[in-house]
Design a protein around this ligand. Structure first.
Ligand code: DC
Length: 229
């Protein structure tokens, strides 16, 4: 049975992570949250006291960084930077507010994209991010572009943050999401964009189960057709 690659892209808080993880579990695939990699570099930069706008210093930091990602579909991704487990800390508001700047730097992307392609080289993996279907894996057999209304994304983000014990005003969450969407889709290098051959999935009125089933059904069709449907 062919083990394909599945690309799930979309804007901030569109439900990619939860969906990608469950899709991976159903198919017995790995799951790679590429946003977590950009977040880990961002946290490392902040901890080193490097200014996020000091592009060359940030790029040098990323090039020298020893990043380890456990792309497990079962347990969720675990991420270590220079030997330190940062899995929980990368979700902090400080990281969220700075990650779009750092992910706009070409050399940072080059380092991470190389690693992402290496992890995906044998197939059997679901990658989620912003540029997976367009840049990282243009030949992915299944490409999904997930979208949802900002109000719905804010509602989901709030729930997620509360679970992590972080309380933020609704207005601030909407502002953060819109700002990140703007930065991610207008940057010069690999902007957030739907690949021409991706399937657009509006999840505003879908349950997680419906989203997952849609993608798994699509993947199974492609797998049954030997990777070419
Ligand atoms: O998916 P996320 O919200 O955890 O991603 C955090 C940031 O990382 C996002 O705002 C933009 C960046 N990112 C990216 O530029 N390319 C990717 N493939 C994944 C994330």
């Amino acid at each position: 049975m062919k083990r394909i690659t599945i690309a799930i892209d979309g804007p901030a808080a569109s439900g990619k992570s939860t969906t990608a993880k469950l899709v991976a579990q159903r198919l017995g695939y790995l799951h790679l949250d590429t946003g977590a990699m950009y977040r880990a570099i961002t946290l490392g930069v902040l901890r080193q006291g490097i200014e996020v706008t000091a592009r060359e210093k940030v790029e040098a930091f990323a090039q020298a960084a020893d990043l380890f990602v456990e792309a497990s579909g079962l347990k969720g991704n675990r991420i270590l930077l220079n030997g330190i487990d940062l899995t929980a800390e990368i979700r902090s508001p400080d990281v969220t507010n700075n990650v779009s700047t750092i992910s706009s730097y070409q050399a940072v992307r080059a380092v991470l994209v190389r690693e992402q392609r290496k992890l995906a080289s044998e197939g059997g993996i679901v990658l989620e991010g912003r540029d997976i279907g367009t840049v990282v894996l243009p030949k992915a057999e299944v490409k999904i572009f997930m979208v949802a209304a900002v109000s719905e994304r804010a509602r989901r983000r709030k729930k997620e943050l509360l679970t992590a014990g972080i309380e933020i005003e609704d207005e601030e969450i909407v502002k953060e999401i819109e700002e990140r969407d703007r930065k991610d889709s207008t940057r010069e290098v690999s902007p957030l964009k739907m690949a021409p051959d991706a399937i657009k999935l509006d999840t505003s009125n879908l349950t997680i189960e419906e989203q997952v089933t849609f993608i798994v059904d699509r993947a199974r069709k492609v797998i049954d057709a030997g990777g070419n449907a």
